[in-house]
Design a protein. Sequence first.
Length: 477
Amino acid sequence: MATVIIPTPLRKFTNQASKLNVEASTVGEALQRLVQEYPDLRKHLLDDQGQIRPFLNLFVGEEDVRDLQWADTPLSADATLSIVPAIAGGTTQRAEATFSEEELARYHRHIIIPEFGLEGQQKLKTARVLVVGSGGLGSPLLLYLAAAGVGTIGIVDFDRVEASNLQRQVLFGVDTVGQSKVEAARQRLTALNPHIRILTYDVLLNSRNALDIIREYDVVADGTDNFPTRYLVNDACVLLGKPNVYASIFQFEGQVSVFNYRHPNGELGPNYRDLYPAPPPPGLVPSCAEGGVLGVLPGIIGSMQACEVIKVITGIGEPLSGRLFLFDALSFETRIFRIKRRDDNPLTGKNPTITQLIDYENFCGVKVVEKPIREITPQELLQWRAEGRAFQLIDVREPDEYAAVNINAELIPLGTVVENAHRLSRQVPVVVHCRSGARSAKAIRELEERFGFDNLYNLKGGILAYLEAEKQAVEHA
């Protein structure tokens, strides 16, 4: 099989593979095989007529194919085909990383490693890594990725810092209790390394937003603590062709692996469903919140996870693809098991039954804890009005309900909140209400998820509770 050398600007389309083996007799056939395997490569290699693009230089060995037979140039089984694109525009911004003197000093211990060098550090700087979860595993993972110089780090987490987190979530401190985790994480990581970019997603990752978020990244690191999100992350990564660096912890034990990894020889490794095609019955495997976890364990496993992310990005070493690493902190024993792609995998097997993201809560038989929403009591709203505080009041009931009774709110029925999101202020608090609080909570979740609002308050108990509070206020006046 001929070997194709993939240049750095195009490796994001080949799961970071730098070398691929293809069965082809000519240069043109080799390129066709590549674009069949990696469709996103097509526009960079071939034009609309299927011809080799003029800004590509192709070499068989040391010979330019333009001096040979162009697309018809023969390829022997031991031939090496090198793709050398022009480096102006397009991917140049990510392909070429420059460093300030301060950065060179910061990353010096990386750069002097012969197997790593400046090229490895450049790959880190141009990489985009999404970390799902900033808790026990996410804390050490994020700290080490930021310290290592990963150029763009995305964080998905809808939770807020609690005092009980501090036993193991070393990213946070007492002064951050009550804060949004992604915002607290952003501030900590920026203080650690101001040369990187932190993007935050204060949302619950689900089937509606996962593909849009994940497709913007090169590598995904899964630090979740529940089965629905774990299967969601796996399936989204498979559908988008992204490597998924996995870790999990419970009490004294931890696991690490790398799923959906494309090896340099072109071979695709197994994914999470090759290891566990289906989740355990609800309640059989308790979460860390239910069963506990030794505080130091996520630091150990999360650091290993960070190491695998760095290996995947830079191409050094041998990632844990096709292998499952287990660590027992009590006995200090480690084991490694081999994992293979399975024909009965419902996602990537011979007869796949899953071709798109599904309802993972239903699939796993458990419900993911929803992101808590801000609430305001009727008494607090009455106080706001008495103080003349600036806020916006939105009613998401139906027009007939509004006509029967209202509290001078703007009417935006629940079914129209998305198309009317532009009517909501981002400068002052927005109080959303319905009859009893259920529909308004749904509206808030949708607005926060789709548009990133962070100033929405649900009127607790809805208009019914507000009218009762208003009546009692009048009686006691």
